[in-house]
Design a protein. Sequence first.
Length: 602
Amino acid sequence: MCGIIGIVGDYNNTNDIINGLKSLEYRGYDSCGIVGLVQNKFIEAKSISKINNLEKIIKKNKINTKISIAHTRWATHGKPSLVNTHPFIKNNCAVVHNGIIENFEYLTKKFNIRKNLIKSDTDSEIIALIFDKLLKQNIDPIKIIKQIVKLIKGTYAFAFLVKETKKIYAVKKGSPLVLGISDNFKAISSDILGLPDTTNEVIFLEDEDIVEINHTNFKIINFKNNTSKRNKHIFTPKKNFLIKGKFKHFMQKEIFYQPTSIKDTFFNYLEKKTKKIFLPKSDINFTQIKNIDFIACGTAFHACMIAKYWFEMFSNVNVNVHIASEFRHKKNINKSETIGIFVSQSGETMDTLQCLKFLKKNNIKTISVVNVFNSSIARLSDLIIPTLAGPEIGVASTKAFTSQLMALCMLLLNFQKLDNSINSKNYSDLLNTGNSIKKILHKDSEIKNIAKHLVNKKSIFYIGRGLMYPIALEGALKLKEITYKHCEGYAAGELKHGPLALIEDNIPVIALAPYDNNFLKILSNIQEIKARGGEIITLTDKLGYKKIKKFSHSTLILPDTKSYSAPIIYSIPVQLIAYHLAVFLGTDVDQPRNLAKAVTVE
Ligand code: M6R
């Protein structure tokens, strides 16, 4: 898959274009190029190496434009070469394209395009030639777009720069595209990572949306010529992640950011109208994968554990989950029909990185789910799936974790499916996750009371079953990490095999108990704990509450969940309990002792 960016503003925005391209580099980096309009002339620069090289060319040639489109290419039709590099410029228009035009030969004939005009091996250049031909017939650019795209078979996102109107036009079907809005510029990009930091609002464009932008206005219309109304979402600039704002700690801010990060990650991969999932393209043949090795550390490892449960529930793939520091010393690894999936917020964790290199050496394809998309792990893997959590500053991972879960969920839902659409049940479950998180955040003071109660406890337990077991581990890790209190996470059914001996009067046990298939079993475990004097704090939903309240010292009622949303939703109170307890205890919440945000030692 390729990356597209286009900006039209009242200032020289070439730097924003370059930064945008760098952010989109995870989508492909076989070659890259830019074209801008300066004094009504197209000025272009192209490179068949990384964006850094394009940046040097731009600086050397002093290219500065207020309106330009640019592209970073993942080659499909035609090898990486300058002649195959986008943008394609034909007289009065320039085009960049993401996707595959299956019937480009048909279009060549249909529009009578002379073969000698075609210089590249791509499926994209033909669109520039057709566009130019129709412009010469004085047809309006939007009409031209409609005329062309109605005939296209395949997926696409296009951006067109038209000399005469000095506007950028874009259209999409099956490939992602967002519109960034600010007072002094409008931008389009393959994802929100590519938009300038000064963007105020963002619109996730839908299939068959045609957008026209100049620096003051934008217009979205559909193929029938009707104006399309689209919701605007607030854009959070990268620099805003670096200040605490109204929050006391970064961790608190990052916990409260989760309704947004979850939604951003969801819509980065899901097309609203068709409910289809689009992951970045790669040469991994998913239909042949029989085994997955998930590899990560700490919180990211817990995300992998949840992914294992999901894959085992909903696919036939054999999944193993490994702690990176242990996997590194493995002698025998499964090589055939296997992929390695690496999950990491920082993308720099040394143990995880070394495992990635180890699998690569063994010719095993690798996927990375990372929050820092230009990190070492991202750069070395065959496919990057970014989590759109924004920079995470607090050492305790919170929003990155839930975004990892959302991204892994999208990967699973798309796995081995020929038709990449998701059913309405899963769609609404995931769509509602952001709102459910908001509801929990409204219960912050209730959660704070739970934390207050834990201040003088010497030891705390988390228990869960199934999907809640990794959340119990995560809850315990979070609590240990920032409160320095002893806390254990256990699979509820495992208590009786040893740790039950630790339960005595008033030892708090936090039970993660959604009303799911495991509910009756955890209810029995809760009674076993209660019988030994343990103090049960329950996180459950309305149905669970009815059955569990008589055994509980206190209960927090959470929104109803399904298999995909449950681990994401139950992560939130678990994070807030750790956060408030740490604040009560006066520890350094954002920089707990002995730890670091990116662990780059073995
Ligand atoms: O950057 P990574 O996701 O690879 O980091 C892995 C762990 O070091 C990290 O998740 C750590 O466990 C967190 N500080 C936990 O909150």
